[in-house]
Design a protein around this ligand. Structure first.
Ligand SMILES: [Zn+2]
Length: 266
């Protein structure tokens, strides 16, 4: 049986040695795949090189809301070219972050919309970051421009009400180590209403290490503890949760299941 997939790990934040060690340690615990999302377009070279060396690693390419101010005219075309690589299975991560407000809000919205438009055009899913920006996020998501958008709302912590609307849109919710945090009832509540067929599991490495590793650097191997807690909350076995979230992963990130993206492994 296939082990869980870490659908969101920023391996680019680790040193090259740490990166390979983190992948090996996770594989030893049965983790069967890794999606590494870009923070900025300049990550693409490193991420694609990593993906092409490992059959079980894929990437998302795009521009994080913190970096939205660095988005230049022509970056949409640059991103379109980069997304021709079969190991790039999604656009992202992109979105809104009104907690840190590192880039001006109007710029964040504009840069997110441009990436979402590209994703719809290329029929690729988006990996979405959303923090303290529920109203503005939903306003964009409701636009007819994005009726066909496919999305993973990663490290989801937007509450039950927003979750219901996102699920109505057909979007997926990425559950992170927050699900293990003592005070995160708001995250666990989402598991009461979300169908198992719309859940993804992720570490958000190197952030948000789950209990019992809280406060330490997070690693993809810890996706096992996150999955176990999700399974416990839903009332299914960890194996069932792994099978469901893997199936969801390949349904949403369908390019990852294509022969091309699997490279030499047929
Ligand atoms: Zn991220």
């Amino acid at each position: 049986m296939r082990g869980p997939i870490d659908s969101h790990c920023h391996l680019q934040s680790l040193t090259p040695d740490e990166r390979e060690a983190a992948l090996d340690a996770a594989r030893e615990r049965g983790v069967s795949g890794f999606l590494v999302p870009a923070i900025e377009l300049d990550d693409a070279e490193l991420l694609l090189e990593l993906c092409h060396r490992h059959d079980d690693v894929w990437c998302a390419l795009g521009c994080h809301p913190h970096q939205a101010s660095s988005w230049r005219d022509g970056d949409g075309e640059r991103l379109r070219g980069l997304l021709a690589d079969p190991k790039a299975v999604a656009v992202g991560e992109c979105g809104l972050d009104f907690h840190y407000d590192i880039s001006p809000r109007d710029v964040q919205i504009r840069v997110m919309r441009e990436q979402w438009q590209l994703a719809v055009e290329l029929d690729l899913p988006v990996v979405v970051h959303n923090r303290e920006s529920n109203d503005e996020m939903l306003e964009v998501a409701r636009s007819p421009d994005f009726a066909d958008l496919r999305a993973d709302f990663h490290s989801y912590a937007g509450g039950v009400e927003m979750a219901r609307e996102l699920l109505e849109h057909g979007f997926y919710l990425g559950m992170s180590g927050m699900v293990t945090f003592r005070l995160a009832d708001n995250v666990r509540e989402v598991l009461e209403i979300a169908p198992t067929g719309r859940l993804l599991v992720e570490t958000d490495t190197p952030y948000l290490a789950p209990v019992p590793y809280r406060g330490k650097p997070n690693r993809p191997a810890y996706v096992v503890e996150i999955l176990e807690r999700i399974a416990q909350e839903i009332g299914i076995t960890a194996q069932e949760a792994a099978a469901a979230t893997c199936e969801n992963f390949f349904r949403l990130f369908d390019r990852a299941g294509s022969d091309e993206a699997l490279g030499s492994v047929v």
